[in-house]
Design a protein around this ligand. Structure first.
Ligand code: DQA
Length: 146
């Protein structure tokens, strides 16, 4: 099984950026733990602050992975282009957020990309990514059984 994590803008600063919201843990440290927890799953990782690069990555991996975990950062709330990219590929995508976007500013309550995703996980800190891996494993098992 092969899963692609894609993190969008400002998520390269995890551990430093607004730690009261996003936590103090460095991403690389968390990713190491995540990979160790799922030894049978290959977890690839990509981060970019640029919308077009996120779209190119979705196109690149969108036909041959078992799942994409996408935290599109603020592009979640603005990007029709990312929504269109998700709709253009066949790999199921889980939308992930570290914070509970519904407890925050009004503009974060609207996700433009959700209609292109199989599901949504948010509000559990970095553990949201682990929950998304679990969801994609179950999703793949279900698809195989059908
Ligand atoms: C975020 C929530 C977004 O609203 C914000 O712009 C981010 C991070 C999250 O993981 O909680 O950059 O996607």
């Amino acid at each position: 099984m092969r899963i692609q994590i894609i993190n969008g803008p400002n998520l390269n600063l995890l551990g430093i950026r607004e730690p009261e919201i996003y936590g103090k843990r460095a991403w690389e440290d968390y990713l190491k733990e995540l990979r160790a927890r799922f030894p049978k799953v290959r977890i690839d990782y990509f981060q970019s602050n640029l919308e077009g690069e996120l779209i190119n990555k979705i196109h690149e991996v969108g036909f041959d992975r078992d799942g994409i975990i996408l935290n599109a950062g603020a592009y979640t709330h603005t990007s029709i282009a990312i929504l269109d990219a998700l709709k253009s590929v066949s790999t199921p995508t889980v939308e992930v957020h570290i914070s509970n976007v519904y407890q925050r500013e009004d503009f974060r309550r609207r996700s433009i990309i959700s209609p292109g995703c199989v599901g949504f996980i948010g509000g559990f800190g970095l553990d949201s990514y682990r929950l998304a891996v679990e969801a994609l494993i179950d999703n793949a098992a279900r698809a195989k059984a059908e």
